[in-house]
Design a protein around this ligand. Structure first.
Ligand code: DX5
Length: 243
């Protein structure tokens, strides 16, 4: 009988996905930037919605996202860094987002809010800030297509990756595997060529990147390809499964 010893870094055989954050994009030409990202081969596009209250920064709302929707066919996800996310949920779905990411710290009734996203016909995801433990999402994974483990404190691009989040990424992957949930694990913040391998090896399969994509002098396509190949070679299959 094959004995499978759970390792501290559970792997995943879910495909590596590259998701750009548009925060470093040229806001005066967002439609063109979205087209360029799609051409560079990204899997989805993340819109960092900030309300100046949940995080100390203010970005854009559903109208800007809706204006860019016709410029690309890749799926859009809205990362809602807002107090009281219930307020505008339908507006993000109407704007063309097929995945809504709600922060566990932003609502009293997380289970209800995630259920509401599903009722609106979108996929739901839950995000946790660096200080929030994996246990905060353990009882809502059945409602989620994805868990986002923030690898920076949210609010700004260009921050340093918090390496001490890697055991937490693994703990979230462990929760997903042990529960048999069909759920991606996303990381966001400071992801680039030097940090992506650690995150993927820890169990993340969806990699959000902003500044490392837009500042790559070899261009977006090169940056996306490099992150995907580094992430893919660092990712490991779950215990007991062939590589
Ligand atoms: C920060 C945002 C991130 C950020 C990522 O609150 O959620 O998406 O824009 O940017 P980089 O990759 O530059 O850290």
């Amino acid at each position: 009988m094959k004995v499978v010893v759970p390792s501290a870094r559970p792997g995943t055989n879910r495909p590596i996905e590259i998701v750009p954050s548009v925060l470093p994009a040229d806001f005066a030409r967002l439609g063109d930037e979205v087209m360029a990202l799609e051409k560079a081969g990204v899997d989805r596009i993340q819109w960092d919605v900030m309300d100046g209250r949940f995080v100390p920064n203010l970005t854009f709302g559903p109208d800007v996202i809706a204006a860019c929707r016709p410029h690309a066919s890749v799926p859009f996800e809205a990362h809602l860094m807002v107090e009281d996310p219930d307020l505008l949920l339908p507006r993000y779905v109407e704007a063309g987002c097929s995945l809504l990411i709600v922060h566990a710290e932003s609502t009293r009734h997380l289970h209800r809010t995630l259920g509401r996203v599903g009722e609106l016909g979108a996929a739901a995801a839950v995000a946790i800030n660096p200080a929030t433990p994996p246990s905060a999402v353990a009882h809502v994974l059945d409602l989620c297509a994805m868990v986002l483990v923030m690898t920076v404190n949210p609010g700004f691009g260009g921050q340093d990756y918090i390496t001490t989040m890697e055991p937490k990424i693994s703990a979230v992957r462990r929760l997903v595997l042990d529960g048999g949930f069909d759920c991606d694990v996303e990381v966001d913040g400071g992801i680039g060529p030097k940090t992506v391998s650690g995150a993927a090896a820890a169990g993340a399969n969806v990699l959000v990147a902003g500044s490392s994509l837009f500042r790559d002098t070899a261009g977006l396509e090169h940056a996306v390809g490099e992150l995907r190949s580094l992430g893919t070679s660092a990712a490991r299959p779950p215990e007991g499964e062939p590589a």
